[in-house]
Design a protein around this ligand. Structure first.
Ligand SMILES: Nc1ncnc2c1ncn2[C@@H]1O[C@H](COP(=O)(O)OP(=O)(O)OP(=O)(O)O)[C@@H](O)[C@H]1O
Length: 287
C-alpha cells in the first residue's frame, strides 16, 4: 500500500431522509498499520467498514485513495454454487492470478485454515464455521493492500482464529493495512493498533488500547451510569475497552490487576455509578 486511504468529511445515511449513521468522519488508514473499530451495537461499525472497503459509497464527503482491497463481511453469502476450491480459484483469477497460481493459492489458504478436507464440498453444504474459513481465505488470497475484517473471527475454531491473527500480522508486516471489528477485546491485543469508537455518528480516537498487556486475566465490570457518558476520569487510564451496549448500561473490560482502581473510580464518581456485576472475561463468550 503506497499511501493513506482517507475519509474526508464522510457521512452516510440510508434512504433520502434516513437518520445519519455517520457524519463528518475524518479518518486516515496508513500503510503498515492495524486499526480497530469498536462501538455499541448498531452504531455504524459495519457501515464504516463497508465505506473503507469500497463496497458502499458515502452520502456526502470523499474517499481518497483506493488500495487493492479485500473484505470479509459480517455475513458471508455461503450458499454459492461452487465448491470452496472452485470459488477461491475463480476469485483468484478475478484478482489477476493465473488459473494455476489461483488454484495453488486456494489450496494453500484452505490448508492454512484447516479446511483442505472439504475443498471439494459444495459451499452450500459447509457448516457455518467452515464457510467462514472460505470467507477469510477469499480475502487473503490475493494479498490485498487493505484488509477489512468485520467480525471475521466469529465462528472460526481456535486454530483458525490463531491462523487469521498470523495472517493479519503478515499483512501489516508486508506494508498493508488492516481494519477490523471484533467483539473480543483480546483480539490482536498483542499488536499495536489504533482504536476508534463509533458514537453518535462520529469517530472518537482511543489511545489506551495500545498499552494493554496481551497476557494476564481480564475482568468485565457491568456498570450502570449516565447514558452516553465516558467512564469516570479515574477509571479511563486503566480500561482495556468500554462499551455502552444499551442506554446507560456500560460494559468495561479491564486487566484484573486494575479492577480495584476502576471500581473505586466508579463508586466515588459524582453521581456514583452502580456496579451490577464483575466477572472474569470468558474468552469465548463473545464469539
Ligand atoms: N442497508 C441498510 N439499510 C438501511 N439501514 C441500514 C443498512 N445498514 C445499516 N443500517 C442501519 O444503520 C445503523 C448502523 O448499522 P451498522 O450495521 O453499520 O452498525 P454496527 O455498529 O455494525 O452494528 P452491529 O454491532 O449490530 O453489527 C443501524 O441503525 C442499521 O439499522
Amino acid at each position: 500500500m503506497r499511501s493513506d486511504l482517507r475519509l474526508d468529511g464522510v457521512g452516510r445515511r440510508y434512504g433520502l431522509r434516513g437518520p445519519w449513521v455517520l457524519r463528518g468522519v475524518h479518518l486516515a488508514v496508513t500503510p503498515g498499520t492495524l486499526t480497530r473499530v469498536e462501538g455499541a451495537n448498531g452504531t455504524g461499525k459495519s457501515t464504516l467498514l463497508r465505506l473503507l472497503a469500497g463496497i458502499d459509497a458515502p452520502t456526502e464527503g470523499r474517499v481518497i485513495g483506493r488500495p487493492r482491497t479485500a473484505y470479509v463481511p459480517e455475513r458471508f453469502p455461503a450458499a454459492l454454487p461452487f465448491t470452496a476450491h472452485g470459488y477461491l480459484t475463480h476469485l483468484g483469477a478475478v484478482h489477476g492470478l493465473s488459473r494455476t497460481a489461483a488454484a495453488r493459492a486456494a489450496e494453500e489458504w484452505l490448508e492454512r485454515f484447516g479446511a483442505a478436507g472439504y475443498a471439494r464440498t459444495p459451499m452450500a453444504r459447509l457448516s457455518k464455521g467452515s464457510s467462514q474459513k472460505v470467507a477469510v481465505a477469499q480475502a487473503l488470497l490475493a494479498e490485498p493492500e487493505l484488509l477489512v475484517l468485520d467480525e471475521a473471527w466469529t465462528g472460526l475454531d481456535a486454530a483458525a482464529r490463531a491462523e487469521l491473527e498470523r495472517a493479519v500480522a503478515e499483512r501489516t508486516a508486508g506494508g498493508g493495512a488492516v481494519v477490523f471489528v471484533d467483539h473480543d477485546p483480546r483480539r490482536l491485543a498483542g499488536a499495536p493498533y489504533t482504536m476508534y469508537t463509533v458514537r453518535d455518528g462520529a469517530l472518537e480516537r482511543r489511545t489506551s488500547a495500545a498499552s494493554v498487556p496481551d497476557d494476564g486475566p481480564l475482568v468485565v465490570i457491568e456498570a450502570h451510569g449516565p447514558q452516553g457518558a465516558q467512564p469516570p476520569a479515574g477509571a479511563l487510564g486503566a480500561l482495556f475497552s468500554a462499551e455502552e451496549h444499551a442506554p446507560g448500561r456500560h460494559r468495561l473490560t479491564v486487566p484484573a490487576s486494575h479492577s480495584d482502581v476502576v471500581l473505586h473510580a466508579l463508586l466515588t464518581a459524582r453521581p456514583p455509578w452502580h456496579v451490577a456485576g464483575v466477572h472474569p472475561l470468558d474468552k469465548d463468550s463473545h464469539r
